[in-house]
Design a protein around this ligand. Structure first.
Ligand code: TRP
Ligand code: MN
Length: 457
C-alpha cells in the first residue's frame, strides 16, 4: 500500500476520499433528493479529470518559490462564477485583466508571478445564514450555482444535484479556453497591448499600463538586437495559468478525487489549488479532513478571530511534512485587524517551521452595506489592508507572498473609489455580482500598480 494512505490521521484513522463524511460538514446544502445526489456523484466519478497530478505538483513547486521569497502569488477572479454569465468574452476579459496585473507586477517589481484564477470551479458560496427572509417569506439561502439559483422562489432555491454535473462541464469548457489562451499565443508577451480593454485604455490606469507595455516592447526589441532569439524563448510566448476554487461542496470534490496511477497519491482533479474558507476551517471538521489527504496545494482563509493555536493546528494537519508550497495561509482580517492579528501568526508559524506562503485577501474583511443597501468595499480600504500587511511582513523579515482578490474584466460599479472615484450613488449603475462586490478592470489594474510599488519598496 502506498505511504500516503497509511498515514494515521488523528482520531479519525486512515484518510479516504470519503472520510470527511464521518465529521461535521459545515455549509453543506440539505440535498432533498438523495437518489439524485448519488446519481450525480456517479456521473462525476466517471468523467475525465479536469487537472492531473503532475500539474498539482508543478504548482506546488511554483508556490515553493513563493514561500522562499523568490516569487509572488496573484490569485484573482470572481467571487462566484455564474451559470448564466458564461461566455468566451467574459472568460477572455477576466484573463486579460489578470494578465495585465501579472505583467505589471513582473515588470514593475521584477518578481516572477504565479498566476492562479478563482475560476473554472468557483461555483459555491458559504452563507452566514442558511435561510433568507424577504417580507414574510423564508427560503433556503442561495449557495452558488453549483447548488441552487439566486431567484427568490422556492423551486429556484431547492438544491439540485444536477448542478454539480453542470458545474463540472462549465469548468471543463472554461479551463479549455484558458489553456488555449495561455498556451496558444494570446498570452504572448508581444501582445501586452492587446490585453488593455478599450474602456480601460482610455483611463488614467490604462495609460499608465500602456507605458509599461511600451517599455516591455522596447525591452524585447533590445534583447532581439542583442542577438537573442526571441522566437526560441518559450517563456515569452506562453504562461502557466492555474485554476482554484473554494473546496466547499464536498460531494463534488470527492467525486473528482482520483488516484495518480504512477505514485498512488490522491489528487483532487477539480482544480489545481483548493482553499478552505473561514467558515469551514474547523480543525475537526469535514473540510480540513478532506483537503488533508489530497496532494494539491491548499489554502486556508483566516479571519479576524483566528488564534495562533488554530493556525498551528491547521499547519500540523495540512502540512505535516513541512513541504514548501503545500500550504498557503490567506489572511482576511480587515484593514484595522492586520497590525494586531498578523504578527503572532507569523511568529508561531515560523517557530513551528512550516514553509507556508502568506497571502493577503484585502477584500473580505472590508465589506459593508452602503446607504442604498448595496454590499460594497472601498478601494482605499483594500489598499490600506494591503499596505499594513506588507508593512508587518517587512518589519518581521517575512515574505509578503501574494494577494487574493475578487475582480471581473467587466466595467462594473461594485466597489467604491479608485482613480475613477465610484461613489455610493454610482453603485446601482452596473452592479451585477451575484455575491460579493468585485474590483472592475480599472480598479484591478490600479491595485496592481500599488502592489508593485509595495513589492519594490
Ligand atoms: N512566461 C513568463 C511568465 O509567465 C512571461 C510571460 C509570458 C508573462 N506571458 C505573460 C507574464 C503574461 C505575465 C503575463 O511569467
Ligand atoms: Mn467573496
Amino acid at each position: 500500500m502506498p505511504m500516503q494512505t497509511m498515514r494515521a490521521r488523528g482520531s479519525q484513522g486512515e484518510w479516504r476520499t470519503s472520510s470527511w463524511r464521518q465529521l461535521p460538514a459545515a455549509q453543506q446544502p440539505d440535498w432533498p433528493d438523495a437518489e439524485a445526489l448519488k446519481e450525480a456523484e456517479a456521473t462525476l466519478a466517471a468523467l475525465p479529470p479536469l487537472v492531473i497530478a503532475s500539474e498539482a505538483r508543478r504548482l506546488t513547486s511554483a508556490l515553493a518559490a513563493v514561500s522562499r521569497g523568490e516569487a509572488f502569488l496573484l490569485q484573482a477572479g470572481d467571487c462566484a462564477e455564474s451559470f448564466r454569465e458564461f461566455s468566451a468574452d467574459a472568460i477572455r476579459d477576466k484573463l486579460k485583466v489578470i494578465l495585465q496585473m501579472a505583467v505589471t507586477l513582473t515588470y514593475a517589481a521584477g518578481v516572477p508571478v504565479v498566476k492562479v484564477g478563482r475560476i473554472a470551479g468557483q461555483f459555491a458560496k458559504p452563507r452566514t445564514s442558511p435561510v433568507e427572509r424577504v417580507g414574510g417569506i423564508e427560503l433556503e439561502a442561495f449557495r452558488g450555482h453549483m447548488v441552487n439559483d439566486e431567484a427568490f422562489d422556492s423551486s429556484a432555491r431547492r438544491p439540485d444535484p444536477g448542478r454539480l454535473v453542470a458545474a463540472y462541464h462549465q469548468a471543463a469548457a472554461t479551463l479549455n479556453l484558458l489553456r488555449a489562451f495561455t498556451k496558444g499565443g494570446f498570452a504572448d508577451l508581444s501582445h501586452v497591448h492587446g490585453w488593455n480593454q478599450e474602456f480601460v485604455a482610455s483611463s488614467a490606469e490604462g495609460r499608465r499600463y500602456e507605458q509599461i507595455a511600451s517599455e516591455i516592447d522596447r525591452a524585447l526589441r533590445f534583447m532581439a538586437a542583442c542577438g537573442i532569439d526571441l522566437v526560441a524563448e518559450e517563456g515569452l510566448h506562453a504562461t502557466d495559468f492555474w485554476t482554484s476554487h473554494e473546496a466547499l461542496i464536498l460531494h463534488y470534490e470527492e467525486a473528482l478525487t482520483r488516484r495518480d496511477s504512477l505514485t498512488g497519491d490522491w489528487v483532487d482533479t477539480s482544480g489545481h489549488f483548493l482553499w478552505v474558507g473561514e467558515r469551514t476551517r474547523q480543525i475537526d471538521g469535514a473540510h480540513v479532513e478532506f483537503v488533508s489527504g489530497v496532494i494539491n496545494p491548499v489554502g486556508v482563509k483566516l479571519g479576524p478571530s483566528v488564534t495562533p493555536d488554530e493556525v498551528l493546528a491547521l499547519c500540523a494537519r495540512l502540512d505535516p511534512e513541512r513541504t514548501p508550497g503545500r500550504l498557503t495561509l490567506i489572511t482576511r482580517v480587515g484593514m484595522h485587524g492586520v497590525a494586531d492579528a498578523l504578527p503572532p501568526l507569523i511568529d508561531a508559524v515560523r517557530e513551528a517551521g512550516h514553509p507556508v506562503v502568506w497571502a493577503c485577501d484585502p477584500m473580505h474583511g472590508n465589506t459593508f452595506t452602503s446607504e442604498n443597501g448595496r454590499k460594497t468595499r472601498r478601494f482605499e480600504d483594500i489598499v490600506s489592508e494591503l499596505r499594513e500587511w506588507f508593512r508587518v511582513h517587512r518589519s518581521m523579515g517575512s515574505w509578503p507572498g501574494g494577494v487574493h482578490v475578487e475582480l471581473t474584466g467587466d466595467d462594473v460599479t461594485e466597489c467604491l473609489g479608485g482613480a475613477e472615484a465610484i461613489v455610493e450613488d454610482d453603485l446601482d449603475q452596473r452592479y451585477t455580482t451575484m455575491c460579493d462586490p468585485r474590483l472592475n478592470a480599472r480598479q484591478s489594474l490600479d491595485l496592481a500598480f500599488d502592489v508593485a510599488e509595495l513589492l519594490r519598496s
